[in-house]
Design a protein. Structure first.
Length: 261
């Protein structure tokens, strides 16, 4: 367990995860139509990649040594009835066989399927603890993006940690994000959500989230849907591992974009 966590969370205690699992309910997401191509230039700057077994098998070179966080919940789609109605999609044998450094699954607190997703979390934790595989719980909101506020997120994160998650991935919120982190006894990483308007906006929320106690990010669309994904990931990496302020990250972004760094 400790060894796997050390593969994900770096010696400085920080982490940059690159998720490309969106297809498991969204299908061929914009700029992720060919996930293997999308991640090629980004891999050197990520501490781990998050993806499903299907994309791992079919789109990632088996010689890849970047740690893998395997998405193991699903069974719903954007055109289906309710995104919260997820089940576990991957057995423990497969998780171990694919040499995952961790697994992730969504919990839908407050939804019609709250109980089901939380019990799925406990079952996954029971199986994964036997094999020393950390579980990262994702506090999902489905299509209800307005749920991303501190009281709700704090509730979800705490519940996920109480049920055995080793890491929790949640959304950043501008108000009282420190309360989300303080109420959660395991490390918290920030998800990005849909692409926002400017790079600086991303740098600002990542920086603020880190100042308020997050250990890093699990940021997808705001990286690979950018016109300059390598510049984005390098700037975000500098915030996480080199404590760059948002404006310094913006400068680095511009330099990489211009081919000067
Ligand atoms: C969605 O549930 C996926 O698990 C993504 O990994 C997660 O939302 C983070 O990606 P993004 O930064 O694009 O929101």
């Amino acid at each position: 367990m400790k060894n796997r966590l050390a593969q994900l969370i770096q010696k400085d205690g920080k982490a940059l995860f690159l998720p490309i699992d969106h297809g498991y309910f969204q299908g061929p997401t914009h700029k992720l139509e060919k996930p293997g191509e999308t991640i090629k230039p980004l891999l050197p700057y990520a501490d781990a990649i998050m993806l499903t077994r299907g994309v791992l098998r079919n789109c990632v070179d088996p010689a890849n040594t970047k740690p893998v966080i395997l998405r193991v919940s699903g069974g719903t789609s954007v055109v289906g009835e309710d995104l919260a109605n997820e089940g576990l999609t991957t057995s423990i044998t497969e998780i171990v066989r694919l040499n995952a450094s961790a697994v992730s699954m969504s919990v839908f607190v407050g939804s019609k399927y709250e109980h089901q997703s939380l019990i799925n979390l406990t079952k996954l934790v029971d199986e994964c603890e036997d094999y020393g595989v950390p579980v990262m719980a994702v506090t999902a909101v489905g299509k209800e993006l307005e749920k991303r506020e501190a009281r709700y997120l704090a509730l979800c994160c705490r519940i996920a940690a109480e049920l055995g998650a080793r890491v929790v991935k949640t959304y950043y919120c501008p108000e009282k994000f420190h309360k989300v982190v303080e109420g959660c006894p395991v490390p918290v990483v920030i998800a990005g959500g849909p692409k926002v308007d400017s790079e600086l906006e991303v740098f600002e929320f990542v920086y603020d989230g880190m100042q308020k106690g997050a250990i890093g990010v699990n940021l997808g669309r705001n990286v690979w849907q950018s016109e300059y994904p390598v510049a984005m990931i390098r700037a975000i990496r500098a915030i996480i591992h080199e404590n760059y302020a948002p404006k310094e990250a913006q400068d680095l972004f511009e330099q990489v974009k211009a081919g000067k760094a």
